[in-house]
Design a protein around this ligand. Structure first.
Ligand code: C5P
Length: 206
């Protein structure tokens, strides 16, 4: 069984995916980390994230055993990730490994932006996890404060709105719900409520 979970930045889809994976005993791939790793590698080399040939080379030779969420978190890397993610050849270079992961075991959960639409249109369950930009900014701000005590809510909200516009507006694999995705709006739900709602949707579909 394949579960595809898509949604915008800070919608809660990552936490939800990890909890669902442990609940159902499925493997989990956070596909945002792939784009983050490419963006981070460019930054580490002092290159522009929009440097297409360099981004494609890095994507083609990406070492997926070194995808560390702590190392790759942060809004600067997220921003670089969303720039490289708009390059069609980068997306093409990362497609095969995502599909292989999806079909590698008895069950897989992949979360990202285009899992239900492009990577795994055949997924048995598709969830599109959303929340209002303000709710997402509040959550992201709370997390970011632990790392950077001077970060403001306004700057986090501006960052989220910018990332939404880029992810939804790009021509290749834009962020849109698959026609057969179930919508899960977590604006007024805490993590536990969102998890319970997602379990019900998965059980109803599977
Ligand atoms: O989900 P996360 O914030 O880690 O993703 C970082 C960026 O990677 C997103 O803003 C998006 O541009 C890109 N991404 C994507 N397709 C995916 C996963 C992430 O384009 N499947």
């Amino acid at each position: 069984m394949i579960i595809a979970i898509d949604g915008p930045a800070a919608s809660g889809k990552g936490t939800l995916s990890r909890r669902l994976a442990s609940h159902f005993g499925f493997s989990h791939l956070d596909t945002g980390l792939l784009y983050r790793a490419v963006g981070e590698a460019l930054r580490a080399k002092g290159l522009d994230p929009a440097d297409e040939p360099a981004a494609v080379t890095i994507a083609e030779t990406l070492d997926t055993s070194a995808l560390d969420r702590d190392r790759l978190s942060g809004s600067a890397i997220g921003e670089a990730a969303s720039i490289v993610a708009a390059i069609p050849a980068v997306r093409a270079a990362l497609l095969d490994l995502q599909r292989r992961f999806a079909h590698s075991g008895k069950g897989a959960i992949l979360d990202g932006r285009d899992i239900g639409t492009v990577v795994c249109p055949e997924a048995e369950v598709k969830l599109f996890v959303t929340a209002s930009p303000e709710a997402r900014a509040r959550r992201r701000h709370r997390d970011d404060l632990a790392i950077n005590p001077s970060v403001t809510y306004e700057s986090v909200l501006a960052d989220i709105l910018k990332r939404d516009a880029r992810d939804s507006g790009r021509t290749v694999a834009p962020l849109v719900p698959a026609p057969d995705a179930r919508l899960l709006d977590t604006t007024d739900l805490d993590i536990e409520e969102a998890f319970q709602a997602a379990v019900r949707l998965v059980e109803a579909a599977g």
